[in-house]
Structures are given as structure tokens and as C-alpha cells.
Design a protein around this ligand. Structure first.
Ligand code: FEO
Length: 176
């Protein structure tokens, strides 16, 4: 049985993952409005990945006989006025999520909750990928400079992204 302290902290993490999902969905909508369908497709896959992260935690809570509390997610405001600013926010956001996962891992260590430690290791690895993806996009944008043509090329490239996770949450299993 999982402790209430750890279960509450995982529910908080679920809220943060869902906030990430809705932030990326808001960004995807903005990119569509601006005509960048490829960037919108990339961000929509990111939305699905964040929901997967949330639901993987939810399934874990249920497997350990604890409740998953569905959070209320506030509207995600976007003030960024350029593609570069949007992806800078993606990176800054992922760095915050990494810190939050690390904090959960530290709690699991302090509580001697070994299964939660093992689960957190999956997320710790995932965050390396998440930060790397955002950094790569920013590096490419820096190489392209302010050129609209370059941003459009990146839009085509990122539009080729394929989901790396099952989009059907009923498929969440131990090996994901
Ligand atoms: Fe769930 Fe992008 O971290």
C-alpha cells in the first residue's frame, strides 16, 4: 500500500502533466492559426505524450490501491508572439517538469517507497528526451535566424513526427 504522502504528491504530478498537455494543445492551436501545420502537429503529439505521462501515473496509483483524482486544469494563457518564444517556453516548461519529477523521486527515496522510485526512473529518462527535443528545435531555429522560409522548412520537418507512445490509454502497461 502506498503512503498518502506519496499518493498525494503523485496526484499533484498528474495535475502538472495535464497542465503541460493543455499548454501544448494551446500552442498547437496558435500554430495552426498562424499557418504552421507541421509545428501544430508536433505540439499535438506532445499533448498526447503529456496525457500519457499523466495516465501512466494514474494507472500506477490504481495498481497500488490509491485513488487517482482528476484535476481541474485552468486555461493556459499564451503571451508568446514568435515561434522562437513558443519553443523557449516549451524548454523552460520541461525544465520545471524535470525539477518536479526529481522532487517526487526524492520523496520516494525519503519514504523508502521502492516501486515509486523505479517508476520515477522511467520519467527521469523521459525528461532527458523532452529537454533534448526542445533544445534541438531551438538550436535549429537559431541556425535558421529570423528567416520565414527557414521556419517554414522546420515546420515541414517537425510535421513528420510520429507518436512514440500508445494513444489509447487502455494500452498502458508495465513496459511503457
Ligand atoms: Fe511530461 Fe513533457 O513532461
Amino acid at each position: 500500500m502506498i503512503s498518502k504522502k506519496v499518493a498525494d504528491r503523485i496526484n499533484l504530478q498528474i495535475e502538472r502533466e495535464m497542465e503541460s498537455a493543455f499548454l501544448y494543445l494551446a500552442m498547437a492551436s496558435r500554430m495552426t492559426d498562424e499557418g504552421y501545420e507541421g509545428l501544430a502537429a508536433w505540439l499535438t503529439i506532445q499533448y498526447h505524450e503529456e496525457m500519457f505521462h499523466a495516465m501512466k501515473f494514474a494507472r500506477y496509483l490504481q495498481d497500488r490501491d490509491a485513488s487517482f483524482e482528476v484535476p481541474g486544469i485552468p486555461k493556459q494563457e499564451l503571451k508568446e508572439s514568435s515561434v522562437k518564444a513558443v519553443f523557449e517556453r516549451v524548454l523552460a516548461h520541461e525544465q520545471k517538469v524535470t525539477a518536479s519529477i526529481n522532487e517526487l523521486y526524492e520523496l520516494a527515496l525519503a519514504e523508502k517507497d521502492y516501486p515509486t522510485q523505479v517508476l520515477c526512473q522511467w520519467y527521469i529518462n523521459e525528461q532527458v528526451e523532452e529537454e533534448k527535443n526542445a533544445e534541438e528545435i531551438l538550436r535549429n531555429l537559431a541556425l535558421l535566424g529570423d528567416s520565414k522560409q527557414g521556419t517554414f522548412m522546420l515546420n515541414i520537418e517537425l510535421g513528420k513526427r510520429k507518436p512514440s507512445i500508445p494513444l489509447d490509454f487502455t494500452e498502458i502497461g508495465e513496459n511503457d
